[in-house]
Design a protein around this ligand. Structure first.
Ligand SMILES: Nc1nc2c(ncn2[C@@H]2O[C@H](COP(=O)(O)OP(=O)(O)O)[C@@H](O)[C@H]2O)c(=O)[nH]1
Ligand SMILES: [Mg+2]
Length: 439
């Protein structure tokens, strides 16, 4: 059955004051009635105090339940939310009782999946629900919330609408070929196609920052042994994750830790560094460092004090995003790039530089424009752009409007796939409504 009642604990298992259990689907109220003493579906969206009972009639807990009748619920189906005491025993008994009463244990993401199937959320918004839950830095949460609220969906809807207009114009051209003074000259259709293509390109350009924002930017520390990498790593994290000693070569494996730099998500990696050593274990460490450096979004090169940057060190930064941090400023004195893991001086300046380097103009948390945030979006948009590019030659004088229309349709279907809506009738409706082709 498409909407059989499903049940799941909506909060993490473990010790907590409260836990929330959700039941959704056709028959959710009947299931709830078997467990909640005196259950009533009215009034909706109002918390009611009741006793929750197991199948054998023993009481499980006293808690609140809230009823969300379809379609005004998260899933779009009938839904009941029960909040009980937290911990391991009570929520587990409550879920078991609801299963005994006829609900099936939900699969991961099944509530959101139903919300998509019922048209409550599009695919982009469903992805944003996951991103919002997974967000660790404020900027991530903000971007996810904007996407959940439909920011990206609206941008795509505008693009899609422009493509449908194009299809309508082309439809006219196909039905009345060769009419030189038709209502829309071919050049205008070509120009319009180019402008939509440009807008898609503009959205595509948000991919690096968007993906970086969703996944966390990879910042890798590099530098000579004893440059102070591990100390800086710990200072930026605010915890002693990496071992620090005066013995060169203490760090051998790379250590990765997620952190938040001025509100932006960063995965900080401490490495052994890149320098020659006879010791085979050191050499392994250097190999690991190289792989991390190759993947880095930003390399943070640690150079002690005023020592000149060596040729080998400069090489590490060549052709890639990088910053130099002058370490141990408490010993060597201050400068613009100076930082001390010991005293914390210069750390905030360094954080600001890292954030600006990684997120650039998006460094202002307030004006995040809705952008794309995953490979799935990028490939769909690239497909749409390529399809429009392929349409252009057919829009030159003497071109085949039918072929152009084919490519424009393909571009629209790439966007549909991205949002998760496919509706051919809409295109047809638009063509006939705005052009009265059948006159
Ligand atoms: N005074 C001072 N000493 C530091 C600072 N940062 C690191 N050190 C010392 O420099 C040595 C090497 O530090 P470490 O972080 O292990 O360097 P790594 O080999 O680059 O990881 C250790 O003895 C640290 O205590 C700093 O900011 N101030
Ligand atoms: Mg180290």
């Amino acid at each position: 059955m498409l909407a059989d009642p499903i049940v799941a604990l909506a909060t993490p298992p473990g010790r907590s004051a409260l836990a929330v259990v959700r039941v959704s689907g056709e028959g959710a109220f009947a299931v709830a009635r078997r467990v909640i003493a005196g259950f009533r579906p009215d009034p909706p969206r109002r918390a009611t105090l009741a006793t929750f009972r197991a199948a054998d009639g023993t009481s499980i807990d006293r808690g609140l339940y809230t009823v969300f009748p379809a379609p005004a619920s998260y899933t779009g189906d009938d839904l009941v939310e029960l909040s009980c005491h937290g911990g391991l025993a009570v929520p587990a008994r409550l879920v078991a009782a609801l299963e005994a009463a006829g609900a099936r244990a939900a699969a991961p993401g099944e509530f959101t999946r139903r919300a998509v199937l019922n048209g409550k959320l599009d695919l982009l918004q469903a992805e944003a629900v996951g991103d919002l839950i997974d967000a660790t830095a404020p900027a991530q949460a903000r971007a996810a919330l904007a996407q959940l609220e439909g920011g990206l969906s609206r941008r795509l809807a505008q693009l899609r609408s422009a493509l449908i207009d194009l299809q309508a114009l082309l439809g006219y051209e196909i039905d009345f070929p060769g009419e030189d003074d038709g209502p829309v000259p071919l050049e205008r259709i070509a120009a319009e196609t180019g402008s939509v293509r440009e807008r898609i390109e503009h959205l595509l350009a948000t991919a690096p920052a968007g993906e970086r924002l969703r996944e966390g930017a990879l910042v890798v520390l590099a530098g000579r042994p004893n440059a102070g990498k591990s100390s800086l790593f710990n200072a930026l994290l605010g915890s002693e994750r990496a071992l620090v000693t005066e013995v060169a070569g203490t760090t051998r494996d790379a250590i990765e830790a997620p952190t938040d730099v001025m509100g932006w998500p960063v995965r900080l990696v401490d490495t052994a560094g890149l320098w020659d050593s006879a010791d085979p274990i050191d050499r392994l460490g250097v190999g690991v460092s190289r792989r991390w450096l190759a993947a880095a979004d930003l390399v943070l090169l640690c150079v002690e004090g005023h020592r000149p940057v060596g040729e080998d060190e400069a090489d590490v930064l060549r052709g890639r995003a990088g910053l130099v941090a002058r370490t141990k400023s408490d010993l060597h004195g201050a400068g613009a790039d100076a930082v001390s893991a010991e005293t914390g001086a210069g750390l905030d300046t360094l954080r600001t530089r890292i954030a600006a380097e990684l997120f650039g103009s998006r460094a202002a948390l307030a004006d995040l424009e809705p952008g794309i945030s995953r490979e799935r979006h990028r490939t769909a948009l690239a497909r749409a752009r390529d399809a429009l590019e392929a349409a252009v030659p057919h829009l030159a004088p003497g071109g085949e409007a039918v072929l152009a229309a084919h490519h424009v349709r393909e571009a629209a279907s790439a966007l549909d796939e991205m949002v998760g809506t496919i509706d051919v009738d809409e295109v047809l409706g638009r063509v006939f409504a705005s052009f009265c082709v059948g006159k």
